[in-house]
Design a protein around this ligand. Sequence first.
Ligand SMILES: Cc1cc2nc3c(=O)[nH]c(=O)nc-3n(C[C@H](O)[C@H](O)[C@H](O)COP(=O)(O)O)c2cc1C
Length: 336
Amino acid sequence: MLRFLTAGESHGKCLIGILEGMVSNLPLSEADINKELARRQEGYGRGERMKIEKDTVEILSGLRKGKTIGSPIALMINNKSTEFFDQVVTKLRPGHADLAGALKYNTGDIRNILERSSARETAMRVAIGAICKKFLAQFKVIVSSKVEEIGGEKNKPRFNAVIDEAKEALDSVGGIFEIKIVNVPAGLGSHVHYDRRLNALLASALMSIPAIKGVEVGLGFEASRHRGSKVHDEIFYEKGKFVHKTNNAGGIEGGMTNGEPIILKAAMKPIATLVKPLKSVDFKSKKATSAHIERADTCAVEAAAVIGEAMAAFVLTDAFLQKFGGDSLEEIRWRL
Ligand SMILES: Cc1cc2nc3c(=O)[nH]c(=O)nc-3n(C[C@H](O)[C@H](O)[C@H](O)COP(=O)(O)O)c2cc1C
């Protein structure tokens, strides 16, 4: 079983990650991971924080002479921006974990909640996902993403203008991104039990990204608006292979990959922290106030897409290892 844990606060010392269950003999370097971390920091509409941080990873364990050795891989990413860590926050921010977290964890200092609920944690998920992407690439399985919509706008050349307009209005926007995974072998996941269905596992992984409010597999919600004859992918047998000529299922039927590319979409809500803050309440005094403002992005859909790739790569790597097993890269090659 492949699993990972992360630790670390947004303005704490660093982020820590441990990936357990990765095979031995996978070539891996810090540069492989840094490349993905840089992609997460890009994208039009990001705020000041991304100008301060230049994320790089340190691999602390699980690697010798440029290859994994089968032991847990521990990673560290330092935070440069630590100046807010001791600052008390009592003004609740709508759209954040603040109110629910303060009630749940019995704290009057909202910073105890916001430091961990911040999407800063996803930098480590991208680092973990970079290792999974490197693993999948050994078998030519490639995970990619693209932004499909920003603030309801589908016309790509207009994306930056939509973000600029929101910024000028002291507001924010969300959007939709697509994840595509190609060269996926058939039979990953399973129909036999709810917690082995790959579509459910992928949807859960994408929904775990902060601000993601919906996930679609293949045609998704659109499938419900058409008749069956227009939705289901017909099966053909050509040149010794089963093939589909359409891929409305998004590469997954009955919770298993069917050999077609996996297509997923995720919807991100607009950034919750607004420069023109929303009405709120001070948690301590219970008096009406405006929401606390910390540096914020206007739009982070491009970054969310990179995080989506990482989460999808992790789930797929786990499914791949479950099907083909093995403790070393070579053992999987023999079994494929
Ligand atoms: C890459 C990325 C960057 C984000 N940046 C911000 C931000 O700058 N300001 C903000 O208020 N929310 C930001 N968010 C969203 C919040 O983290 C998220 O909405 C909040 O933690 C509440 O979680 P929920 O939306 O899943 O309920 C970001 C999310 C992602 C994925």
